[in-house]
Design a protein around this ligand. Structure first.
Ligand code: HEM
Length: 401
């Protein structure tokens, strides 16, 4: 059987494919058809670690201007309206770097160190809510921790944090085909004026939160346009919480499936918290893919990607590539301590929030280690219906002492 026939029924743009187990299909593609043309997309599915790095490293050959995520390809194909492209995700060099600088200096390791106490308090407060009984780890831990950390940094008033959860879930669901255009239009009709008002207020009375920084930012000595300001804020809202929600969900799930490793992690968290987070990022891959559009014809492993073609960078596959990670790439192992995985992307658009997300993950492990020694899965978890985000809607666990 050829890779073509095994993938004939696979819809790489549909949540259902990701809800099942996509890994055997990706493994087959990596072996037999690593640069795979998916006519139903239409787009190329790039499954090898090195090829994803190559494409990410060459924005002059593969642009983000029009296509940065799977949802962009689908919307163009289906003639659906798209939000403005005015965000850092959709910029190419040379403009891109200047726009990244608006926020990148706020997210360095030194800045993350400076807010460590706040992160610890938020994690500890969330852990205080864990009962001595089964509980849903999504609503108790995975959702509130990143939203509370991030809404504070962003400068959203605390009364509105629940709305932030709802918006950021909808934005990331829409990127993965999980929301209708009507729902999204209604959501943007709510979120855009909300942010406009907040940004205006911060412009007049700046604090040291991200909204204030964006509201007063200049690029090449010119202020950002009002649309750019709002879309910077929306991008941060979308990027900052759902992704880390997924990391926490994936990590707790992986730990519940590996009691022996979990016992070790929770008895030696100082050493093992960081490798646990890194291995989860590799194995779980919160953001399953990003996308690009070829600017010119490019030959890759014998295939010709034509100018204008879309490519899907399947991080979820590259992070299990046996050639990079070995024959046990499908195993979650805290001893692997992987470096250079693709969970945060690579090169030009590498995630600006990586240090912060890592810190939230390691802090969670360290604080858990002060209270518990084990994690049990209580019922089968419910996966989020998304082709973009790897996560759960419900994850029922019990922590044991
Ligand atoms: C585990 C958590 C996270 C994961 C897995 C993640 C993943 C990613 C990925 C895959 C990209 C795109 C990379 C590319 O196209 O090459 C990205 C970009 C980005 N992320 Fe994250 N992210 C996480 C957390 C965060 C947080 C907490 C923030 C905000 C503080 C953030 C802000 C951004 C921004 C602004 C970009 C756009 C960068 C650019 O286009 O230059 N992310 N992230």
């Amino acid at each position: 059987m050829t890779a073509g026939s095994i993938t004939a029924d696979v819809r790489f743009d549909e949540p259902d494919f990701y809800l099942g187990d996509p890994h055997p299909t990706f493994a087959r593609l990596r072996r037999e058809d690593p640069v795979h043309w998916y006519a139903g997309g239409p787009f190329w599915v790039i499954t090898k670690f090195e090829d994803i790095r190559f494409i990410s490293k060459h924005p002059e050959l593969f642009s983000s201007a029009n296509i940065a995520i799977l949802g962009d390809i689908v919307k163009i194909r289906d003639g659906l309206p798209r939000p403005p492209r005015d965000s850092v995700l959709f910029l190419d060099p040379p403009e891109h770097l200047e726009h990244r600088r608006v926020i990148s200096r706020e997210l360095t390791p030194a800045h993350v160190n400076a807010i460590e106490g706040t992160v610890r308090d938020i994690v500890s407060d969330a852990l205080d809510q864990v009962p001595d009984a089964p509980f849903d780890a999504i609503t108790t831990l995975a959702e509130p921790i990143p939203v509370n950390v991030f809404s504070g940094l962003l400068g959203v008033p605390q009364d509105d944090w629940q709305r932030v959860v709802r918006w950021s879930t909808a934005i990331s669901n829409s990127g993965g085909g999980g929301e209708t255009p009507e729902t999204m239009a209604a959501m943007y009709a709510e979120v855009v004026p909300y942010l406009e008002a907040l940004l205006e207020e911060r412009h007049a009375n700046p604090g040291n939160d991200y909204l204030s920084i964006i509201a007063s930012a200049t690029v090449d000595e010119k202020p950002l346009t009002p649309t750019q300001v709002v879309w910077w804020a929306i991008s941060l809202l979308a990027a900052g919480s759902e992704t880390t929600q997924s990391l926490i969900a994936g990590m707790l799930y992986a730990m519940s499936q590996a009691p022996e490793q979990t016992r070790r992690i929770l008895t030696d968290a100082d050493t093992l918290a960081a490798p646990t987070v890194e291995e989860t990022l590799r194995w779980w891959t919160p953001v399953a893919s990003m996308a690009r559009q070829a600017t010119t014809d490019v030959r890759l492993r014998g295939a010709t990607i034509r100018a204008g073609d879309a490519v899907l960078l399947a991080y979820v596959s590259g992070n299990r590539d046996e050639e990079e990670w070995g024959d046990d790439a499908d195993e979650w192992s805290v001893d692997r301590a992987p470096t250079g995985h693709l969970a945060f992307g690579f090169a030009e658009h590498f995630c600006l929030g990586a240090h912060l997300a890592r810190r939230e993950g390691t802090m969670l492990i360290r604080e858990m280690a002060r209270r518990w020694t084990g994690i049990e899965l209580v019922s089968p978890p419910i996966r989020r219906r998304s082709a973009l985000m790897t996560t759960f809607d419900r994850l029922e666990l019990r922590f044991t002492r």
